[in-house]
Design a protein around this ligand. Structure first.
Ligand code: SF4
Length: 506
C-alpha cells in the first residue's frame, strides 16, 4: 500500500525527517542530519513562520480553468490575492490579451460553524463555483478550522461529484499540522494523483492506434517525451530557458503542473522520463509516477548556476545516452556565458553575500554566487532534508565555514547575523528582504515573476541584477541611518542561535 492510497499525505517531518530549526555551520548541519533526519531541535522563542497554505495556494492559483475554494475562515485567504496577482502578471508576460488571474472563493466559516460544522457551507460553495464559473476542476482546500472540527471534505466531494461536471479535488492543507510548509506540495500532488490520474486498469490510457506506421511514430515520440516539472515561482522565461536546453538535446517537452490544464495531467503518465527542476517540490509526485505508471525520474539538481545547470543536463543526457551532445551543448553555453559575465567579475570579487529561500534554491543560488566570485557568509533555508544535500555539498566544496540557519522567517536571528557578518548583498524572498533593507544591506530579490535565474540565460540575468545593486548601495545605507532598529542593542551581542536547543526526549 502506498501513501497515495491514504486519504491524507504524510507530513514531511515524518516522511523525510525534515526540520526547520538549526543554527551553526554547514558541517554541523550535515553531521546533525546524518543522511536521514534533522535532530528534533526547538526554539525557546519564535517569531514569524509561514503556513503551508501560502505555497499551496501559490501552486493551486496557477491551474487554469479551475476554482479554488478555501474552506475555512475568511482570513486564510489573505495571501491568495498576492498569488492571483502573480498569476495575472505571468499571463501578461506570456502574451495573454485578457489576463484573468486565478478564481478563488471562501466558505467563510464563522464561530457558529465551528460548533455546528462547516460541511453545509462547503456544499453551497462548490455548487456556486460550478454554476458561476463552469470550471474543469473545483479545488477544495481544507484549512485549520475544518481540520480541527472534523469536516469531512472528501465525503462532501464524493457526495457532490455525481451532480457536478467539474472534477472536485479535496486537498488537506491545514496550517497547524506541519511546520514544513513544503508539505503543501505533497498534499496537492496527493490529490492530483488520486483524482486526476487513472487509477484502474486501462483507464485514461491513450487511444489504441491501429496504423502500424502511426504506432512506430508514437513509440519514437514517447521515447523522447519528457515531463519538465515547473513550480509556481518558476517564471515564464525560466521555463522557456529549460525547455530550450532540453529541446537542444532533441527531447520533446511537456510541462507540469503549474499553468498546465488539469485535464492534461494524464499525459504525464505517458512520458519516457520526468525531470525535476526543484527536488523539494517534486519528489512525492515523481515517485508516484514511477511506482504506478513506470515513468522513471531525475531528481537531484536545481539548474541554477553554471555547474548545477551542467550537472542537471548531464543527468538527463545519461538517461537517453546523449552524453556527447550534452557535453557539446554545455561547453558552448558555458563559453558564451563566461564571455557575458566577464565585465561583472571585478565588481563581484571579494563581496560577501547572505542568501535565504527554500532549501534547494537557497543553497543553489549561494553556490552560483561563489561561481561569480562572491563569498557566502550565511545561508538561511526555510527547512532542511535530504534534498538540500547535493547543493549544500557544492557550496561547501569552496567554503566549509558558511553559517547555516535553518529557519522559516525568524527575523530576530536574521538581524543578529546581519550585524555579526555585515554582508554586501542579501538575496531572499519578500518576507525577509524588508529586514535586510532596513538593516542597510542591499537586496536582490531571489525570485520575481519577471526575473530569471535558471539555466544559462538565467545566470546572466541574475548576475546583471546583482551588479546593478552592488554598484550603488547608498539607498540601503541611508535607510539604515534613518530607521530605528526593532531590537535592543544588547541582542546583537548575543549568540543569534541562543534560543535554539535540542528537544528533550524520554
Ligand atoms: S495557519 Fe491555519 S488558520 Fe492560519 S492561515 Fe494557515 S490554515 Fe489558515
Amino acid at each position: 500500500m502506498s501513501d497515495i492510497d491514504e486519504k491524507v499525505a504524510p507530513r514531511r517531518e515524518e516522511r523525510l525527517g525534515a526540520g526547520c530549526v538549526y543554527g551553526g555551520n554547514a558541517c554541523g548541519l550535515k553531521a546533525q542530519f546524518g543522511g536521514c533526519r534533522l535532530k528534533a531541535n526547538q526554539r525557546g522563542f519564535g517569531q514569524g513562520s509561514i503556513c503551508q497554505l501560502l505555497p499551496g495556494t501559490a501552486m493551486l492559483s496557477t491551474l487554469p480553468n479551475s476554482v479554488v475554494i478555501l474552506h475555512g475562515s475568511l482570513g486564510c485567504g489573505g495571501a491568495i490575492n498576492l498569488q492571483t496577482a502573480n498569476v495575472r502578471y505571468r499571463q501578461i508576460l506570456s502574451g495573454e490579451r485578457n489576463p484573468q488571474g486565478a478564481i478563488w472563493m471562501t466558505s467563510n466559516l464563522d464561530e457558529r460553524d465551528v460548533v455546528s460544522g462547516g460541511e453545509e457551507k462547503l456544499e453551497k460553495a462548490i455548487l456556486a463555483a460550478e454554476q458561476r464559473f463552469r470550471p474543469a476542476t473545483i479545488i477544495v482546500v481544507a484549512t485549520c478550522v475544518p481540520g480541527i472540527i472534523g469536516d469531512d471534505i472528501d465525503g462532501v466531494a464524493a457526495r457532490l461529484q455525481p451532480q457536478i461536471q467539474a472534477r472536485i479535488l479535496p486537498i488537506h492543507c491545514e496550517g497547524f499540522k506541519t511546520q514544513i510548509m513544503a508539505t503543501a506540495y505533497d498534499a496537492i500532488f496527493h490529490s492530483i494523483s488520486r483524482h486526476l490520474l487513472p487509477r484502474g486498469e486501462g483507464e485514461g490510457q491513450a487511444p489504441v492506434i491501429v496504423d502500424e506506421l502511426e504506432i512506430a511514430r508514437e513509440r519514437i515520440r514517447r521515447s523522447r517525451l519528457v515531463n519538465l516539472m515547473n513550480f509556481a515561482s518558476m517564471s515564464a522565461s525560466e521555463q522557456g530557458e529549460l525547455t530550450r536546453l532540453l529541446q537542444a538535446l532533441g527531447l520533446t517537452v511537456q510541462v507540469f503542473p503549474c499553468y498546465s490544464d488539469p485535464e492534461r495531467f494524464v499525459d504525464a503518465t505517458q512520458a519516457a522520463l520526468s525531470i525535476s527542476s526543484c527536488p523539494t517540490h517534486d519528489d512525492y509526485f515523481l515517485k508516484h509516477l514511477q511506482e504506478r505508471y513506470g515513468v522513471p525520474y531525475i531528481l537531484r539538481h536545481m539548474p541554477i548556476g553554471i555547474a548545477a545547470t551542467g550537472d542537471w543536463l548531464r543527468d538527463i543526457a545519461r538517461f537517453f545516452h546523449l552524453e556527447k551532445e550534452a557535453e557539446a551543448l554545455i561547453a558552448q553555453e558555458t563559453r558564451e556565458l563566461e564571455e557575458a559575465l566577464a565585465p561583472f567579475r571585478a565588481a563581484f570579487a571579494g563581496k560577501k553575500a547572505l542568501v535565504s529561500a527554500g532549501e534547494v534554491r537557497a543553497f543553489a543560488t549561494a553556490a552560483f554566487l561563489q561561481e561569480l566570485g562572491l563569498s557566502i557568509v550565511a545561508v538561511r533555508p526555510y527547512h532542511y532534508d535530504e534534498f538540500g544535500e547535493p547543493s549544500l555539498d557544492r557550496l561547501t566544496e569552496k567554503q566549509d565555514d558558511v553559517i547555516v540557519n535553518v529557519a522559516t522567517i525568524q527575523p530576530y536571528e536574521t538581524l543578529n547575523i546581519f550585524e555579526k557578518t555585515r554582508p554586501d548583498l542579501y538575496m531572499g524572498h519578500i518576507a525577509d528582504n524588508v529586514w535586510a533593507a532596513k538593516a542597510g544591506v542591499p537586496v536582490v530579490p531571489i525570485w520575481h515573476g519577471g526575473f530569471s535565474s535558471a539555466g544559462y540565460s538565467g545566470a546572466f540575468d541574475l548576475a546583471r541584477r546583482i551588479n546593478r545593486v552592488l554598484r550603488n548601495p547608498s539607498f540601503n545605507r541611508r535607510l539604515r541611518e534613518n530607521l530605528k532598529q526593532p531590537y535592543r542593542k544588547e541582542w546583537f551581542h548575543e549568540d543569534p542561535f541562543k534560543y535554539i536547543r535540542e528537544a528533550v526526549t524520554n
